[in-house]
Design a protein around this ligand. Structure first.
Ligand code: ADP
Ligand code: MG
Length: 211
């Protein structure tokens, strides 16, 4: 079996940046690495992703939103993540089910036990070997996310980036609470320089997985 690492945290904390740096580093070390993102990572998942990230006048019911995320996840685990792990690859996933608990549970207030049950159903019980929670204050993350959006000409903010600061603060606290309850989750201070955060993540991965 390979090794399954997920990256979690609020918008703009640096998940994608750190995932990409780690992927390059592991590949330089001769590892077979697969990087995927949620929602997405499969044809079905990318189609649902575009539905999820765009606003329509009708809006999305929170439970409908949850089921769409779980549908993406079921497809991604079955078609991509499990096969890659069986091949012995290191799988790096940009967001996974902790995000559902943080956003739909702590953020939107849906029943957290029900969410946890659906998460288990969607993943068939697959649990990350290690989860890196890149933590930073919501205003820092949102500012970074906004400058990223402004840099990409024509890009539109997505639904989560439109939520208010209190929502993102609940999500951040939710991630931290998840981390307190699960030894697989390691919290990294994402407010520091990109290279400093990267070095710490490399140290953690060496310590936990010997990679
Ligand atoms: N530690 C950091 N310090 C300053 N800027 C950062 C840091 N990490 C990421 N960024 C920048 O902030 C923006 C959001 O980073 P990104 O990795 O896309 O966040 P996420 O995937 O968590 O939403 C990007 O423009 C990225 O270059
Ligand atoms: Mg990202």
């Amino acid at each position: 079996m390979g090794f399954f690492i997920t990256f979690e945290g609020i918008e703009g904390c640096g998940k994608s940046t750190q995932l990409s740096l780690l992927k390059t580093r592991l590949e330089k070390g001769g590892r077979a690495v697969l990087g995927v993102r949620e929602p997405g990572g499969t044809l079905l998942g990318e189609q649902v992703r575009s539905v999820l990230l765009n606003t329509t006048e009708e809006g999305i019911d929170p439970w409908a939103e949850l089921f769409l995320y779980e549908a993406c996840r079921a497809q991604l685990v079955a078609k991509v993540i499990r096969p890659a792990l069986i091949e012995g690859k290191v799988v790096l996933c940009d967001r996974f089910y902790d995000s559902t608990l943080a956003y739909q549970g702590f953020g939107r207030g849906l029943d957290r036990e029900k969410i946890a049950g659906l998460n288990t159903l969607a993943t068939g019980g697959l649990v990350p070997d290690l989860t890196i929670l890149v933590d930073c204050a919501e205003d820092v993350g949102l500012k970074r996310a906004w400058s990223r959006i402004n840099a990409a000409s024509g890009a539109k903010e997505d639904r989560f980036e439109k939520e208010d600061a209190a929502f993102h603060s609940r999500v951040r606290e939710g991630f931290l609470e998840i981390a307190r309850g699960a030894s697989r989750v390691r919290v990294v201070d994402g407010s520091r320089e990109i290279s400093t955060v990267h070095r710490e993540i490399c140290d953690i991965i060496k310590g936990v997985a010997g990679l």
